[in-house]
Design a protein around this ligand. Structure first.
Ligand SMILES: [Zn+2]
Length: 440
């Protein structure tokens, strides 16, 4: 089903984000995803269908909390040694994929007293019946219309904040007559919402929750005929093409290396662009590693960072800042491609920018890219005063590198129509009161 969905310009970002999230899940690292878009763009269809491509999990036999045999965490299995776990046995089950609606009750989501065991005549006991989230351990929780949930069920939003606050998250179940149970829970949250419908975008309803999502993608409409025709044909019953999707969960993203230069770039993006939370750069690094893993590489390249940056940073910074970050990342990705092409052919010299004429002169590629980035960022400030005349600034007052105008350094041209004293204006240019006869 998932591999039969038609991919087009409007939904390709969501497919990309889903595969990164699934890949992260396979590495036991929840990477939360929020798809925003208008009704009918198919975001819910894609996310529900993606529930079928999740990798199966191995758990302690019969454990409703999905205990990992190596790290049992539930009240029943926690503290058992490996031998005891092996005596119970292990089993492979489908990866959990559960849906929470905005009308769900806290008891069903978190947990409640297991009434069946309480009234068991042979051996009555007060036990916990794990809720949806606890049963989704190591899997995915999907929430459609999360903006509405945050609005009408703030107590469910609070649970999500706990679940998504740390990796893994923690939940606390309190029931009268039972000791408080606190448990780690490792779930990946996928959500969808339409910011144009009541009660508005999630960021406006509950900003804190909106910030907990590692990736936010915007769904759009298909923009080419062929995609629309394929969708129509499929709805009419045609089998359609199957996208050959390589299993995205081969390998652990932690095995993908990030060199020191890249890490310093990420750190500097955080500092120089004033990003609000460290979560953003951590997410950027994780996503770039996941993207490299999918491309079959064990090292992160600039294009990996550029590919994932919009989904990671889009909801955490304003458009102008994101555009600035993207320009630099893309410039760097372009150079990467260009260097490869150049070394392969050795002849295409015409397009060579003068500043890169000495390849590999000591510094690493990242070092070079970083110094280039620094130079661009500081171009405006570093220009010595009076070094350039006013002439080349009149046409908009920007510097040649496309930076922001410095008001102190910009020649201001007066508007062509000079103001005229009121008394010198012809009578008909006065503001009239409608009938034009009001003057005394
Ligand atoms: Zn267990």
């Amino acid at each position: 089903m998932y591999n039969r969905l038609i991919r087009h310009s409007g939904n390709k970002d969501l497919f990309q984000a889903v595969s990164l999230s699934v890949s992260a899940l396979a590495s036991r690292h929840p990477f939360h995803l929020h798809a925003e878009g208008l009704r009918g763009t198919g975001k819910t269809t894609i996310l529900r269908a993606a529930g079928q491509i999740l990798p199966p999990i191995v758990r302690v036999r019969g454990c409703v909390y999905n205990c990992h045999p190596a790290w049992p965490h539930c009240p029943e299995h926690k503290g058992l040694d490996a031998a005891a776990i092996e005596r119970i046995g292990r089993e492979v089950v489908p990866c959990p994929f559960v849906e929470i609606s905005h009308s769900a009750k806290v008891g069903t989501v978190l947990g409640s007293i297991d009434l069946r065991r309480l009234v068991d005549h042979s051996r009555p006991m007060a036990a916990l019946l794990p809720g949806t989230i606890l049963q989704a351990h190591r899997g995915v929780v999907f929430i459609d219309e999360i903006n509405r949930l945050a609005d009408t069920a703030p107590e469910l939003a609070d649970i999500l904040l706990d679940v998504m606050g740390t990796k893994p998250g923690r939940v606390q179940v309190e029931e009268t007559g039972l000791p408080v149970v606190e448990m780690p829970v490792e779930v990946t949250v996928w959500a969808a919402s339409n910011p144009d419908e009541e009660p508005g975008a999630l960021a406006q309803v509950r900003k804190q929750l909106a910030d907990r999502f590692d990736m936010v993608v915007t769904m759009g409409r298909p923009s080419d005929y062929r995609a629309v025709m394929a969708i129509l044909a499929q709805r009419a019953g045609a089998a359609g093409e199957v996208t050959a999707a390589a299993e995205p969960w081969r390998g652990d993203f932690r095995d993908v290396t990030v060199d020191e230069g890249l890490r310093s770039v990420l750190a500097s993006i955080y500092v120089d662009y004033g990003l609000e939370s460290l979560r953003a750069v951590e997410g950027l690094e994780t996503a770039a590693r996941l993207a490299a893993l999918q491309a079959g590489r064990r090292q992160v390249l600039p294009e990996d960072v550029a590919l994932v940056a919009p989904a990671i940073l889009g909801h955490r910074t304003d458009n102008a800042t994101l555009a600035g970050i993207m320009n630099h990342l893309q410039a760097s990705g372009g150079r990467e491609t260009w260097i490869q092409a150049d070394s392969a052919h050795g002849s295409a010299r015409e397009a060579k920018p003068a500043e890169t004429a000495e390849p590999g002169a000591g510094a690493s590629r990242w070092g070079q890219w970083w110094s280039d980035l620094k130079r661009r960022l500081t171009t405006n400030k570093a220009k010595p005063e009076g070094a350039t005349g006013g002439e080349d600034r009149r046409a908009g007052g920007t510097t040649g590198t496309g930076g922001i105008a410095d008001p102190m350094n910009t020649a201001i041209v007066a508007p062509p129509h000079v103001a005229v004293p009121l008394a010198e204006l012809p009578k008909e240019k006065y503001v009239s009161g409608g009938d034009g006869e009001r003057r005394g």
